[in-house]
Design a protein around this ligand. Structure first.
Ligand SMILES: NC(=O)c1ccc[n+]([C@@H]2O[C@H](COP(=O)([O-])OP(=O)(O)OC[C@H]3O[C@@H](n4cnc5c(N)ncnc54)[C@H](OP(=O)(O)O)[C@@H]3O)[C@@H](O)[C@H]2O)c1
Length: 212
């Protein structure tokens, strides 16, 4: 697939590297392409472009920017460049406020998630929440003593979720599909839970597993 990654932080770079490792074509989109020279040199044949160039290039878009600027980044990508495409939404609605006893604060409510807001604004994009509930160091083919971890996903479009399930399989995850976009109200806060051992005990190496 042609994958356009929006965001050049730890998540954008890690997922871009994962897609390259698994043989996909990757363009990473940034507001400052000149600043990514080192990444390009170390990640051939990965390419760098503007945010809109990466979205236009993509069959599959990955959104990996700070939650507070997610809408702004998608506006820069351009609605036409996102239309009908699956968009992996790895963002979390973390507020610009410090955690309380290791518990992050969100700017959303339990009745309205960030992904639903993005889906409302960009109605033709096919958002799938994924990769938001684990740290970037464990995103690509992580090894855990307890076996394959579970990635909780959701989204309104079944075909888009099938594509993302295939990506998760390649990246060493089993997938638990929690249904439509509203399920992001439950999946986004998993990041709060995942981060608590990190903030409280500096333990960042874990992932969720759904037992049945
Ligand atoms: N860090 C983790 O381990 C982790 C794990 C799971 C989920 N997440 C979520 O994933 C998202 C990304 O996290 P992160 O830690 O990788 O990075 P981040 O520091 O939140 O930001 C990533 C990138 O966003 C881009 N950006 C900022 N404002 C933008 C705008 N207005 N338009 C377009 N791009 C913009 C910047 O790239 P340029 O300056 O190059 O444009 C920046 O490098 C967050 O929502 C986070 O909550 C993070």
């Amino acid at each position: 697939m042609k994958v356009g990654v929006i965001g050049t932080g730890d998540v954008g770079k890690t997922l871009a590297g994962g897609f390259l490792k698994h043989g996909h074509e990757v363009m990473i989109g940034t507001r400052t392409p000149a600043g990514l020279a080192e990444w390009t040199a170390q990640n051939r044949p990965g390419r760098v472009g503007t945010v809109s160039e990466a979205a236009k290039f993509a069959d599959l878009v990955v959104l990996a920017v700070k939650g507070t600027v997610a809408l702004e980044a998608l506006q820069a990508a351009g609605a036409a460049n996102l239309a009908d495409k699956p968009v992996i939404d790895a963002t979390n609605p973390i507020a610009d406020a410090p955690p309380v006893n290791g518990v992050l604060r969100y700017f959303t409510t339990l009745d309205d998630s960030l992904m639903e807001r993005l889906q409302r604004e960009f109605a033709r994009a096919r958002f799938v929440k994924a990769f938001n509930s684990v740290g970037n160091a464990c995103m690509v083919n992580p090894q855990f003593k307890s076996g394959r971890p579970t990635m909780f996903i959701c989204g309104n479009d079944d075909a888009a979720k099938k594509i993302v399930t295939g990506v998760l399989e390649q990246f060493g995850w089993e997938t638990a599909d929690m249904g439509k976009a509203e399920a992001a109200r439950a999946i986004e806060p998993l990041c709060m839970l995942w981060c608590i051992p990190g903030f409280v005990r500096n333990d960042w190496r874990h992932a969720f597993k759904l037992l049945t």
